[in-house]
Design a binder for this molecule. Sequence first.
Ligand code: AMP
Ligand code: MG
Length: 487
Amino acid sequence: MSNNNKIGWRFDNTYSKLPNSMLTKLPPTPVKAPELIVLNHSLSKMLGLDFTDVSDKNLASIFSGNLLPEGSDTIAQAYAGHQFGHFTLLGDGRAIIIGEHLSRNNKRFDIQFKGSGKTPYSRNGDGRAALGPMLREYIISEAMFGLGIPTTRSLAVVKTGEKVIRENALDGAVLTRVAESHIRVGTFQYTVIAEDKRDLKTLFDYTIDRHYPNIKDSKTPAIDLLKIVIEKQSKLIVDWMRVGFIHGVMNTDNMTISGETIDYGPCAFMDTYDPETVFSSIDENGRYAFFNQPGIAKWNLARFAECLVPLIAEDKNTGIKIATEIVNSFSEIYTKNWFEMMRNKLGLLGKETKDEKLIMDLLTWMHKNKADYTNTFCFLMNQNLEKNKIYDNQSFIAWEKQWQERLKTNNNSPEKSLKLMRLNNPLVIPRNHKVEEALESANSGDLNPAKNLLKILEKPYEGGKEVNKYQSPAPPSDKIYKTFCGT
Ligand code: AMP
Ligand code: MG
């Protein structure tokens, strides 16, 4: 491709060299009439890519997979996963990794097209994706990045010019996803049941080389890897809980070894505080409800630990014993990190015995009074621009008094606590009604609401004139907000 060097692609593909059992080499299926919908300029810059001299027509060809950059080596990855607790063989059923790009500082990123056609892992799917869900992933993943939460990112969305059949015929689209890697708990699960028993060790060595080279020479690399992934996932879930994010489909194939949030399907942000919040239409039992997320993360990590048992110790029982102890440490690590995060949200310095009660009392009050999760913290920071009567409430005022007292301890000052709170409490989140509004407009050809929303979400902790338009929860309606998988 002639523009290749000008754009700055630097492919250095390593995963495609792994055994054939772990992947399938195949190109994306070309699309009929690609049209660029959105391109992420700041991410391009971070990746060291420059698309300024590329015509919209060529951009559409590139990001639909019709025009592959030189140096790409296109693959679909095989993986397995526990979906809602049941083990299944999966794999990239509608995604193709075109290669690993090195940014200017030699950081490695998978460049993946999602919605790029059938693969041997498509099962009954059509390999395609619709515009709404791809734009939704773009908006929410970029919002997560803005919130400072580890996540895969979105580089572009193109319309394919083809229809995809869901409940209705919808505009087809391809999303370009950028990730530190796509290695999942499910990728390990796949190698464990592989015919060739060497695959597990191959993937293990590859993962350490790629993500955690500092433990390469360790005498106990499998133990180290398990501990690192537990630490990363516990931090990640705490971050989700901090901003009210509900992933919605925490299957083991949707948990990365890098610690990035991945697979934005039925995810959504909670507005009214309710620990049992579920948005996903298929999560009927609330397995992935807001407050179940840490428990499920631990369950998924146990599945990861099971894969590593043969690499932890030669004797199986010894391996299981060590792995179990490490997995059980998750609860303590998580709880410690969660309280720390909640103290930060409340601007508390140091650690006091009464903090736990103070925190739980606030959450209980919010739950009982159907308070908005994000806006309650905005209220405490005096950042809620609209007056809300909900806080003129006896028990809330009593709680606030105790909080004010606690704020005076440990050499704190109003400036210090406010600074800490402002770093930890977003003023804006991608509220469901705003996201839906943006997607509806995009579906009828107007991208401005999506672009405005993306702009606001770039700096969610900063105030500004436009912010208050995005702070209000959805107006009351009879409709319960529902999200969907695999669309
Ligand atoms: P997800 O719910 O996105 O984690 O997807 C679960 C599995 O279903 C993955 O293996 C996906 O690649 C696959 N999948 C989802 N949608 C489709 C589709 N339209 N065509 C083929 N495979 C799909
Ligand atoms: Mg998935």
